[in-house]
Write a protein that binds this ligand. Structure first.
Ligand SMILES: [Fe+2]
Length: 437
Protein backbone atom coordinates (compact mmCIF):
# COMPACT_ATOMS: atom_id res chain seq x y z
CA UNK A 1 0.00 0.00 0.00
CA UNK A 2 1.19 3.48 -0.82
CA UNK A 3 1.47 6.45 1.47
CA UNK A 4 -1.84 8.16 0.91
CA UNK A 5 -5.01 6.37 0.13
CA UNK A 6 -7.02 7.33 -2.90
CA UNK A 7 -9.58 4.64 -2.38
CA UNK A 8 -10.19 1.65 -0.24
CA UNK A 9 -10.31 -0.98 -2.96
CA UNK A 10 -13.85 0.03 -3.75
CA UNK A 11 -14.78 2.70 -6.23
CA UNK A 12 -15.66 5.49 -3.83
CA UNK A 13 -13.23 8.29 -3.16
CA UNK A 14 -11.97 9.10 0.28
CA UNK A 15 -11.94 12.87 0.10
CA UNK A 16 -9.96 14.47 2.87
CA UNK A 17 -8.44 11.18 3.89
CA UNK A 18 -5.98 10.92 1.01
CA UNK A 19 -3.42 13.27 2.49
CA UNK A 20 -3.69 12.01 6.02
CA UNK A 21 -0.44 10.66 7.37
CA UNK A 22 -0.91 8.64 10.50
CA UNK A 23 1.25 10.07 13.24
CA UNK A 24 1.58 9.39 16.91
CA UNK A 25 2.92 12.41 18.79
CA UNK A 26 2.99 10.38 22.06
CA UNK A 27 1.44 13.32 23.82
CA UNK A 28 -0.25 11.66 26.83
CA UNK A 29 -0.17 13.96 29.85
CA UNK A 30 0.16 11.01 32.26
CA UNK A 31 0.94 7.29 32.07
CA UNK A 32 -1.99 5.35 30.59
CA UNK A 33 -1.83 1.55 30.51
CA UNK A 34 -5.10 0.06 29.21
CA UNK A 35 -8.83 -0.17 29.61
CA UNK A 36 -9.53 -1.53 33.09
CA UNK A 37 -13.30 -2.03 33.28
CA UNK A 38 -16.65 -0.62 32.17
CA UNK A 39 -19.34 0.04 34.77
CA UNK A 40 -23.06 -0.06 33.94
CA UNK A 41 -25.53 1.55 36.31
CA UNK A 42 -28.70 -0.51 36.35
CA UNK A 43 -31.94 -0.84 38.28
CA UNK A 44 -31.11 -4.42 39.28
CA UNK A 45 -27.51 -5.57 39.04
CA UNK A 46 -28.17 -9.29 39.61
CA UNK A 47 -30.40 -9.67 36.57
CA UNK A 48 -28.45 -7.39 34.25
CA UNK A 49 -25.17 -9.12 35.07
CA UNK A 50 -26.69 -12.57 34.49
CA UNK A 51 -28.07 -11.52 31.12
CA UNK A 52 -24.70 -10.16 29.92
CA UNK A 53 -22.92 -13.20 31.31
CA UNK A 54 -25.11 -15.58 29.34
CA UNK A 55 -25.24 -13.46 26.19
CA UNK A 56 -21.52 -12.72 25.92
CA UNK A 57 -20.00 -15.78 27.56
CA UNK A 58 -18.50 -13.85 30.45
CA UNK A 59 -18.49 -15.69 33.77
CA UNK A 60 -19.31 -13.97 37.06
CA UNK A 61 -15.97 -13.46 38.82
CA UNK A 62 -16.47 -11.25 41.86
CA UNK A 63 -19.15 -9.51 43.88
CA UNK A 64 -19.65 -6.79 46.44
CA UNK A 65 -23.13 -6.91 47.96
CA UNK A 66 -25.02 -7.46 51.21
CA UNK A 67 -23.29 -10.83 51.62
CA UNK A 68 -19.88 -9.13 51.62
CA UNK A 69 -21.00 -6.29 53.94
CA UNK A 70 -21.78 -3.69 51.30
CA UNK A 71 -25.02 -1.99 52.38
CA UNK A 72 -24.84 0.76 49.76
CA UNK A 73 -24.80 -0.97 46.39
CA UNK A 74 -24.81 -4.38 44.74
CA UNK A 75 -21.99 -4.85 42.23
CA UNK A 76 -21.16 -7.87 40.09
CA UNK A 77 -18.05 -8.29 37.96
CA UNK A 78 -17.96 -10.32 34.75
CA UNK A 79 -14.67 -11.17 33.06
CA UNK A 80 -13.57 -12.75 29.79
CA UNK A 81 -9.85 -12.50 29.08
CA UNK A 82 -8.96 -8.89 29.91
CA UNK A 83 -12.49 -7.60 29.46
CA UNK A 84 -14.21 -6.62 32.71
CA UNK A 85 -17.84 -5.50 32.95
CA UNK A 86 -19.17 -4.24 36.26
CA UNK A 87 -22.90 -3.95 37.02
CA UNK A 88 -24.01 -1.77 39.91
CA UNK A 89 -27.38 -0.97 41.48
CA UNK A 90 -28.26 0.81 44.75
CA UNK A 91 -29.73 -0.80 47.86
CA UNK A 92 -32.48 0.66 50.02
CA UNK A 93 -31.64 4.23 51.01
CA UNK A 94 -32.97 3.75 54.56
CA UNK A 95 -30.75 0.70 55.09
CA UNK A 96 -27.78 2.64 53.78
CA UNK A 97 -28.62 5.68 55.95
CA UNK A 98 -29.05 3.58 59.11
CA UNK A 99 -25.69 1.93 58.48
CA UNK A 100 -24.06 5.31 57.93
CA UNK A 101 -25.42 6.60 61.28
CA UNK A 102 -24.14 3.60 63.21
CA UNK A 103 -20.57 3.79 62.10
CA UNK A 104 -18.00 6.55 62.19
CA UNK A 105 -16.03 4.51 59.71
CA UNK A 106 -16.50 5.49 56.09
CA UNK A 107 -19.13 3.88 53.89
CA UNK A 108 -19.27 0.16 53.13
CA UNK A 109 -19.39 0.86 49.38
CA UNK A 110 -16.74 -1.05 47.44
CA UNK A 111 -16.96 1.54 44.69
CA UNK A 112 -16.41 4.59 46.89
CA UNK A 113 -17.42 7.00 44.14
CA UNK A 114 -20.94 5.56 44.06
CA UNK A 115 -23.48 8.27 44.77
CA UNK A 116 -27.15 7.58 45.23
CA UNK A 117 -28.41 10.98 44.10
CA UNK A 118 -26.23 10.82 41.00
CA UNK A 119 -27.49 7.29 40.34
CA UNK A 120 -31.16 8.33 40.56
CA UNK A 121 -30.91 11.17 38.08
CA UNK A 122 -28.64 9.09 35.82
CA UNK A 123 -31.03 6.16 35.80
CA UNK A 124 -34.08 8.34 35.15
CA UNK A 125 -32.41 10.14 32.25
CA UNK A 126 -30.60 7.27 30.58
CA UNK A 127 -32.08 3.91 31.58
CA UNK A 128 -29.54 1.09 31.44
CA UNK A 129 -26.28 2.80 30.48
CA UNK A 130 -22.54 3.01 31.01
CA UNK A 131 -21.57 5.20 33.95
CA UNK A 132 -17.80 4.76 33.89
CA UNK A 133 -15.08 3.96 31.41
CA UNK A 134 -12.21 2.92 33.66
CA UNK A 135 -8.60 3.00 32.54
CA UNK A 136 -5.63 1.70 34.44
CA UNK A 137 -3.06 4.47 34.75
CA UNK A 138 0.37 4.59 36.37
CA UNK A 139 -0.83 6.94 39.11
CA UNK A 140 -4.52 7.78 39.43
CA UNK A 141 -3.86 10.67 41.81
CA UNK A 142 -1.43 12.26 39.37
CA UNK A 143 -3.75 11.55 36.43
CA UNK A 144 -6.58 13.31 38.26
CA UNK A 145 -4.56 16.36 39.30
CA UNK A 146 -3.02 16.71 35.83
CA UNK A 147 -6.40 16.31 34.12
CA UNK A 148 -8.08 18.92 36.30
CA UNK A 149 -5.16 21.31 35.77
CA UNK A 150 -5.82 20.95 32.05
CA UNK A 151 -9.52 21.63 32.12
CA UNK A 152 -11.12 18.32 33.17
CA UNK A 153 -14.27 18.70 35.26
CA UNK A 154 -13.71 16.68 38.45
CA UNK A 155 -16.29 14.08 39.42
CA UNK A 156 -14.55 12.36 42.34
CA UNK A 157 -11.28 13.25 44.04
CA UNK A 158 -8.67 10.47 44.41
CA UNK A 159 -9.73 7.88 47.00
CA UNK A 160 -7.35 5.30 48.45
CA UNK A 161 -8.73 1.79 48.82
CA UNK A 162 -7.02 -0.40 51.36
CA UNK A 163 -3.91 1.79 50.86
CA UNK A 164 -3.14 -0.16 47.69
CA UNK A 165 -5.50 1.05 45.01
CA UNK A 166 -6.39 4.60 44.00
CA UNK A 167 -9.60 5.58 42.19
CA UNK A 168 -10.45 9.02 40.82
CA UNK A 169 -12.98 10.30 38.29
CA UNK A 170 -13.36 13.15 35.86
CA UNK A 171 -16.28 13.84 33.57
CA UNK A 172 -15.95 12.44 30.06
CA UNK A 173 -19.17 13.43 28.24
CA UNK A 174 -22.78 13.67 29.37
CA UNK A 175 -23.09 11.82 32.69
CA UNK A 176 -20.29 9.38 31.83
CA UNK A 177 -17.08 9.56 33.85
CA UNK A 178 -13.55 8.58 32.96
CA UNK A 179 -12.36 6.59 35.95
CA UNK A 180 -8.66 6.35 36.72
CA UNK A 181 -7.49 3.24 38.57
CA UNK A 182 -3.95 2.60 39.75
CA UNK A 183 -2.32 -0.05 41.89
CA UNK A 184 0.34 1.04 44.37
CA UNK A 185 1.85 -2.42 44.42
CA UNK A 186 1.24 -5.02 41.71
CA UNK A 187 -2.34 -6.27 41.95
CA UNK A 188 -2.82 -9.59 43.65
CA UNK A 189 -3.34 -12.03 40.79
CA UNK A 190 -6.87 -11.79 39.41
CA UNK A 191 -7.89 -9.23 42.02
CA UNK A 192 -10.37 -6.62 40.83
CA UNK A 193 -10.70 -4.06 43.62
CA UNK A 194 -10.55 -4.32 47.41
CA UNK A 195 -14.01 -4.98 48.84
CA UNK A 196 -14.87 -7.48 46.13
CA UNK A 197 -14.98 -11.17 46.93
CA UNK A 198 -14.42 -13.90 44.36
CA UNK A 199 -17.42 -15.94 43.24
CA UNK A 200 -16.44 -19.57 43.35
CA UNK A 201 -19.57 -21.28 42.06
CA UNK A 202 -19.64 -19.36 38.76
CA UNK A 203 -20.88 -21.20 35.68
CA UNK A 204 -17.99 -21.65 33.22
CA UNK A 205 -18.66 -19.74 30.00
CA UNK A 206 -16.24 -18.61 27.27
CA UNK A 207 -17.18 -17.55 23.73
CA UNK A 208 -13.70 -16.20 22.91
CA UNK A 209 -14.14 -12.52 23.87
CA UNK A 210 -10.84 -11.16 25.15
CA UNK A 211 -10.76 -7.39 25.65
CA UNK A 212 -12.31 -3.98 25.06
CA UNK A 213 -11.06 -2.46 21.80
CA UNK A 214 -12.89 0.86 21.81
CA UNK A 215 -15.65 2.61 23.75
CA UNK A 216 -17.61 5.06 21.61
CA UNK A 217 -19.52 8.10 22.80
CA UNK A 218 -22.28 10.05 21.08
CA UNK A 219 -22.17 13.78 21.70
CA UNK A 220 -24.26 16.67 20.35
CA UNK A 221 -21.18 18.54 19.12
CA UNK A 222 -17.88 16.92 18.25
CA UNK A 223 -15.61 19.99 18.30
CA UNK A 224 -15.93 20.97 21.97
CA UNK A 225 -16.09 17.32 23.12
CA UNK A 226 -12.89 16.38 21.32
CA UNK A 227 -10.91 19.42 22.42
CA UNK A 228 -12.07 18.89 26.01
CA UNK A 229 -10.92 15.25 26.20
CA UNK A 230 -7.81 15.86 24.10
CA UNK A 231 -6.95 18.83 26.28
CA UNK A 232 -6.85 17.05 29.62
CA UNK A 233 -5.61 13.60 28.52
CA UNK A 234 -3.14 14.64 25.83
CA UNK A 235 -4.57 11.85 23.65
CA UNK A 236 -3.97 12.19 19.92
CA UNK A 237 -6.32 11.87 16.97
CA UNK A 238 -6.20 8.48 15.34
CA UNK A 239 -6.55 8.50 11.56
CA UNK A 240 -10.25 8.17 11.12
CA UNK A 241 -12.61 10.81 9.84
CA UNK A 242 -16.01 10.24 8.40
CA UNK A 243 -17.76 13.44 7.40
CA UNK A 244 -16.55 13.89 3.84
CA UNK A 245 -14.81 10.53 3.70
CA UNK A 246 -17.94 8.46 3.66
CA UNK A 247 -20.51 10.84 2.26
CA UNK A 248 -22.58 12.37 5.01
CA UNK A 249 -25.92 11.45 3.53
CA UNK A 250 -25.20 7.76 4.05
CA UNK A 251 -23.71 7.74 7.53
CA UNK A 252 -25.39 10.70 9.20
CA UNK A 253 -22.42 11.15 11.49
CA UNK A 254 -19.01 12.68 11.95
CA UNK A 255 -16.51 10.80 14.03
CA UNK A 256 -13.10 11.30 15.62
CA UNK A 257 -11.06 8.61 17.37
CA UNK A 258 -8.83 9.64 20.27
CA UNK A 259 -6.04 7.38 21.44
CA UNK A 260 -3.38 7.13 24.13
CA UNK A 261 0.34 6.74 23.33
CA UNK A 262 0.21 2.94 23.10
CA UNK A 263 -3.05 2.97 21.12
CA UNK A 264 -4.52 0.55 23.66
CA UNK A 265 -7.19 2.98 24.84
CA UNK A 266 -9.31 4.08 21.89
CA UNK A 267 -12.21 6.46 22.55
CA UNK A 268 -14.06 7.50 19.39
CA UNK A 269 -16.77 10.13 19.56
CA UNK A 270 -19.65 10.74 17.12
CA UNK A 271 -21.85 13.72 16.40
CA UNK A 272 -25.02 13.71 14.28
CA UNK A 273 -25.15 15.23 10.81
CA UNK A 274 -28.37 17.05 10.01
CA UNK A 275 -30.30 17.61 6.82
CA UNK A 276 -29.89 14.06 5.51
CA UNK A 277 -32.65 11.98 3.92
CA UNK A 278 -32.85 9.66 6.91
CA UNK A 279 -32.55 10.97 10.43
CA UNK A 280 -29.10 10.46 11.90
CA UNK A 281 -28.90 7.44 14.20
CA UNK A 282 -26.78 9.62 16.49
CA UNK A 283 -29.63 12.12 16.78
CA UNK A 284 -32.02 9.27 17.64
CA UNK A 285 -29.59 8.13 20.34
CA UNK A 286 -29.24 11.62 21.82
CA UNK A 287 -33.01 11.98 22.07
CA UNK A 288 -33.61 8.61 23.70
CA UNK A 289 -30.60 8.89 26.01
CA UNK A 290 -31.43 12.49 26.90
CA UNK A 291 -27.99 13.67 25.87
CA UNK A 292 -24.46 12.38 25.39
CA UNK A 293 -23.46 8.89 26.45
CA UNK A 294 -21.73 5.65 25.48
CA UNK A 295 -23.07 4.44 22.13
CA UNK A 296 -21.25 1.15 21.78
CA UNK A 297 -18.52 -1.02 23.23
CA UNK A 298 -16.39 -2.96 20.74
CA UNK A 299 -15.23 -6.28 22.14
CA UNK A 300 -12.32 -8.16 20.59
CA UNK A 301 -12.82 -11.85 19.93
CA UNK A 302 -9.92 -14.21 19.36
CA UNK A 303 -12.23 -16.18 17.02
CA UNK A 304 -15.17 -14.13 15.78
CA UNK A 305 -16.78 -17.12 14.04
CA UNK A 306 -16.90 -19.10 17.28
CA UNK A 307 -18.10 -16.08 19.28
CA UNK A 308 -20.86 -15.39 16.76
CA UNK A 309 -22.06 -18.99 16.65
CA UNK A 310 -22.29 -19.04 20.46
CA UNK A 311 -23.96 -15.64 20.68
CA UNK A 312 -26.44 -16.29 17.87
CA UNK A 313 -27.51 -19.59 19.42
CA UNK A 314 -28.59 -17.58 22.49
CA UNK A 315 -30.22 -14.62 20.67
CA UNK A 316 -33.76 -15.91 21.20
CA UNK A 317 -33.19 -17.36 24.65
CA UNK A 318 -31.95 -14.48 26.78
CA UNK A 319 -28.87 -13.47 24.80
CA UNK A 320 -28.32 -10.57 22.41
CA UNK A 321 -29.92 -10.06 19.02
CA UNK A 322 -28.03 -8.77 16.00
CA UNK A 323 -28.75 -6.15 13.39
CA UNK A 324 -30.14 -7.57 10.13
CA UNK A 325 -27.45 -9.20 7.97
CA UNK A 326 -26.39 -7.44 4.75
CA UNK A 327 -27.85 -8.66 1.44
CA UNK A 328 -26.06 -11.31 -0.69
CA UNK A 329 -24.73 -8.55 -2.98
CA UNK A 330 -22.56 -7.34 -0.09
CA UNK A 331 -20.77 -10.68 0.04
CA UNK A 332 -20.52 -10.86 -3.74
CA UNK A 333 -18.66 -7.54 -3.66
CA UNK A 334 -16.63 -8.67 -0.67
CA UNK A 335 -14.95 -11.31 -2.84
CA UNK A 336 -13.33 -8.45 -4.77
CA UNK A 337 -12.55 -6.38 -1.69
CA UNK A 338 -10.98 -8.99 0.55
CA UNK A 339 -9.84 -11.83 -1.70
CA UNK A 340 -6.22 -11.70 -0.54
CA UNK A 341 -7.10 -11.55 3.16
CA UNK A 342 -9.95 -14.02 3.62
CA UNK A 343 -10.25 -17.52 2.23
CA UNK A 344 -13.41 -18.55 0.37
CA UNK A 345 -14.29 -20.64 3.42
CA UNK A 346 -13.98 -17.61 5.73
CA UNK A 347 -16.06 -15.43 3.41
CA UNK A 348 -18.80 -18.06 3.46
CA UNK A 349 -18.69 -18.04 7.25
CA UNK A 350 -18.90 -14.23 7.28
CA UNK A 351 -22.01 -14.44 5.10
CA UNK A 352 -23.57 -17.19 7.19
CA UNK A 353 -23.06 -15.23 10.41
CA UNK A 354 -23.73 -11.74 8.97
CA UNK A 355 -20.22 -10.45 9.68
CA UNK A 356 -19.10 -7.23 7.94
CA UNK A 357 -15.58 -6.73 6.61
CA UNK A 358 -13.65 -3.48 6.21
CA UNK A 359 -10.05 -2.56 5.55
CA UNK A 360 -7.80 0.41 6.07
CA UNK A 361 -4.29 1.02 4.78
CA UNK A 362 -2.88 -1.32 7.45
CA UNK A 363 -5.17 -4.24 8.09
CA UNK A 364 -8.61 -5.83 8.02
CA UNK A 365 -11.53 -5.51 10.41
CA UNK A 366 -14.26 -8.11 10.87
CA UNK A 367 -17.23 -6.59 12.70
CA UNK A 368 -20.87 -7.12 13.65
CA UNK A 369 -23.32 -5.11 15.74
CA UNK A 370 -25.98 -6.24 18.20
CA UNK A 371 -29.31 -4.53 18.44
CA UNK A 372 -29.57 -2.10 21.36
CA UNK A 373 -29.10 -4.17 24.51
CA UNK A 374 -31.85 -2.62 26.65
CA UNK A 375 -35.21 -0.91 26.38
CA UNK A 376 -34.09 2.19 24.53
CA UNK A 377 -32.54 2.53 21.06
CA UNK A 378 -29.29 3.63 22.69
CA UNK A 379 -26.36 1.45 23.72
CA UNK A 380 -25.32 -1.63 21.72
CA UNK A 381 -22.34 -3.96 21.46
CA UNK A 382 -19.93 -4.61 18.59
CA UNK A 383 -17.93 -7.82 18.25
CA UNK A 384 -14.73 -7.48 16.23
CA UNK A 385 -11.62 -9.29 15.16
CA UNK A 386 -8.66 -7.42 13.70
CA UNK A 387 -6.43 -9.10 11.11
CA UNK A 388 -2.86 -8.01 10.28
CA UNK A 389 -0.53 -5.25 11.55
CA UNK A 390 1.60 -7.64 13.57
CA UNK A 391 4.62 -5.88 15.08
CA UNK A 392 7.50 -6.86 17.33
CA UNK A 393 8.14 -5.09 20.63
CA UNK A 394 11.62 -4.43 22.11
CA UNK A 395 11.80 -7.97 23.47
CA UNK A 396 10.86 -9.44 20.11
CA UNK A 397 7.37 -10.36 21.25
CA UNK A 398 4.65 -10.17 18.60
CA UNK A 399 1.77 -7.79 19.18
CA UNK A 400 -0.95 -6.26 17.06
CA UNK A 401 -1.00 -2.52 16.42
CA UNK A 402 -4.01 -0.75 17.95
CA UNK A 403 -6.92 0.07 15.66
CA UNK A 404 -5.61 -2.26 12.93
CA UNK A 405 -8.12 -2.30 10.06
CA UNK A 406 -9.91 0.82 11.27
CA UNK A 407 -13.39 1.12 12.71
CA UNK A 408 -15.64 0.07 9.87
CA UNK A 409 -16.02 3.41 8.15
CA UNK A 410 -16.00 1.80 4.70
CA UNK A 411 -18.99 -0.35 5.57
CA UNK A 412 -21.34 2.64 5.47
CA UNK A 413 -20.83 2.96 1.71
CA UNK A 414 -20.48 -0.77 1.11
CA UNK A 415 -23.77 -1.53 2.83
CA UNK A 416 -25.48 1.33 1.04
CA UNK A 417 -24.17 0.18 -2.32
CA UNK A 418 -24.99 -3.49 -1.78
CA UNK A 419 -28.53 -2.75 -0.60
CA UNK A 420 -29.14 -0.63 -3.70
CA UNK A 421 -27.77 -3.39 -5.92
CA UNK A 422 -29.83 -5.98 -4.12
CA UNK A 423 -33.03 -3.96 -4.53
CA UNK A 424 -32.31 -3.74 -8.25
CA UNK A 425 -32.00 -7.52 -8.52
CA UNK A 426 -35.34 -7.87 -6.71
CA UNK A 427 -36.98 -5.35 -9.07
CA UNK A 428 -35.60 -7.29 -12.04
CA UNK A 429 -37.04 -10.53 -10.60
CA UNK A 430 -40.43 -8.92 -10.03
CA UNK A 431 -40.47 -7.56 -13.56
CA UNK A 432 -39.61 -11.01 -14.92
CA UNK A 433 -42.26 -12.56 -12.64
CA UNK A 434 -45.06 -10.27 -13.82
CA UNK A 435 -44.02 -10.79 -17.44
CA UNK A 436 -44.46 -14.56 -17.16
CA UNK A 437 -47.57 -14.41 -14.94
FE1 LIG B 1 -16.94 0.42 16.66
Amino acid sequence: MGMGKENDGGDFKLVGFSNFVRTNPKSDRFGVRRFHHVEFWCGDATNTARRFSWGLGMPLIAKSNLSTGNLIHASYLLRSGDLQFLFTAPYSPSIAAAAANQTTDCSSAAIPTFDRAAFLSFSTSHGLAVRAIAVEVEDAELAFVTSVAHGAKPSSRPIFLDNRVVIAEVRLYGDVVLRYVSYKSPAVSDEFLPGFEPVAESFPLDFGIRRLDHAVGNVPELGPAVSYVKGFTGFHEFAEFTSEDVGTSESGLNSVVLSNNDETVLIPMNEPVYGTKRKSQIQTYLEHNEGAGVQHLALVSEDIFRTLREMRSRSGVGGFEFMPSPPPTYYKNLRHRAAEVLTEEQMKECQELGILVDRDDQGTLLQIFTKPVGDRPTIFIEIIQRVGCMMKDEEGKLYQKGGCGGFGKGNFSELFKSIEEYEKTLEAKQAAGSATA
